[in-house]
Structures are given as structure tokens and as C-alpha cells.
Ligand binder design. Sequence first.
Ligand SMILES: [Zn+2]
Length: 351
Amino acid sequence: MKKILVVFSIALLYSCGSSNNSSKVDKSSDSSSKKNKKDASYYAESITSEELKKYLYTFAGDEFEGRDTGEPGQKKAAEYLKQQYEKLGISSPISPSDYFQEIPESYFRGGIKSSENVLAFIKGSEKPEEIVVLSAHYDHVGMDSKGNVYNGADDDGSGTVAILEIAEAFEKARKKGQGPKRSILFLHVTGEEKGLYGSSYYTENPIFPLENTIVDLNIDMIGRIDKSHEGEDKNDYIYLIGSDRLSTDLHNLSEKINTKYTKLDLDYTYNAKDDPNRFYYRSDHYNFAKHNIPIIFYFNGVHNDYHEPTDTADKIEYDLLTRRAKLIFYTAWEIANREDRLVVDGGVAQE
Ligand SMILES: [Zn+2]
């Protein structure tokens, strides 16, 4: 990797030096700047299982006490996310040092204390007003009366740390002059387990107009393998839900990207309109779909540790988590960088 970097740097020097000269050289400067442009896969390489693992062992550790909405563990988790974005050099869209969208106690029912969504933002270089949302809930169900911590490593530590890694990849591209053309909002919502509160609050009080929010790629549980995919020939999969409900364009793009880069088995079982599990309505993307914003929900299905204290970081399939995170990165990259905005042709989501 380093060697390639050196070659490109020299090419860049050459093109910078020569672009001041005649129009004849301008042509070669154009072509060498095109050569300097790296494919999305160059940046996807920064999404690694080592980093995902490192993040997740902390994020789903006992210190965060199961991240129960409004409780001290959730506040610690929010602070942790803020610190990671500061380290990555990614700012907040609220104000430079305020990453928290506060949700007042009065918004919740059932004695839940005030809580906060955590937001980070990379501004688009060409169409900054058009927003691509990547969402994952960072709350979980807390602790039981015996003091057992529900670590929620898969639910939804996996989605949370995937977003951190995807954010890092976009930021690396931005620093090399290849930032996304459209803006990207990294949205870590709270209160999901209590009733999709964080995403509902965000869509009722959006930081950016929903009319220009062009997609929500929502991640909720992507680190494990469910029963129907056990076995080496079947476990290279991810369930996609909702991709074709509002935008045929989004569905086709998502398929194409996977064929080109990640080659996972995209399983649409739970996308069936009559699916009794009704997963389409059960995570945060639904609050965007309600507003006619195209969504994809990425999901590994349920397992024995679902909503148990045994959903721990040591049970995560880190290589698979990495590949799934890359699929989402590539999809977001394409939506953010392609010429045309996603076409919404599917009508309003039906209850
Ligand atoms: Zn969840």
C-alpha cells in the first residue's frame, strides 16, 4: 500500500507543478488527477476487523452498564462516541463541540429520563444540502435486578462500531480531496429499545430538512449468524429489508454494489410484505420511511443471545462484520457520489 501511495504522490506533484503552465499541459494534469482518484475500495480497506473489535470490546463492555436509555451507562456510551469522532477529526452538525441532540424527559413515556442522540457530520463537496443518513441505535436494555449487564454487542454495538469505521473511511477520503459529494450524517440514536424514540425525535426535529434527506441506511445487528445460516456454505449473508419499498433505484444500486465489491448473499426473506416478524416496522429506519425517505435496513436475524446478557463481544463474527460494514460503506459512497439523486418511485410506505 505504501509503495502505491508514493507513486501517486509523485504523480500529484507532477500534475500540480505542471498545471501552472500551458493549456497543452492542462490536459495531462486532468488525466493525472483522474489517476490520483482512488476507487472506493482503497478507502474501504481502512474498515478492519481489528478496529471493529477494539471499539466493540469497549462499547459493549460492562462499564457501559447495558446503555439503558437515560441512565448513566447510556451517557457514558454517548460520551465515548463523541470522543471517537473528535479523535477522527469529524465534527458535529449541531455546533463544533456539541455532538448531542438532547431529547427532553417529557418526550418519553414510562419514567424514562432525558437522553440524547449523538450526531457527526461530513459536509458534501458538491451537493452539501443533500443528506445521506447512516443510522444505528446505541442504547440497549441495561441491567437486571441481579446486576447482570445486557451488553448488547450485536444489538446494536455492531451497528454502532460499523458506523465509526465507515465514518473513518469517508474522513480519510475527504482528507485526500475525495470527500463525498453529498453530505453524510452519522446518526447514533437513543431510546430504540424503548420504542424508537431517538429516530422519531430526530425526524420530528431534523437538523437538516427531510425533503433533502435522500436515504437512511440503518444498521441494527450485523455481527452474528442466525440459525438458518449456520454452516460454512451459508453464513456469508446479510438480510436486507425495505430496499425496494420506496425506491427501485436504491434497490438496484445496492444489488449492483454488492455484486461489484462485497459479494455477500443478500437475503430478502424478511422483506416480504406479509412477513409475520414485521421487522420493517421495528427499527429506526421506519421513522424515515414514514416520511417517504428510501431506506435499507441491514440485519443478521435473531439468535439465542438476542436480548440476553449473553449478547457479548466475544461472540461476534468480526470478519463477517467487516464485510457487511464494507457493503454499507460502498452503498453510501455510491449514493453520495453518483451524479443523480436517488429516484423515489415507490409511493408512501404502507402500514
Ligand atoms: Zn436493536
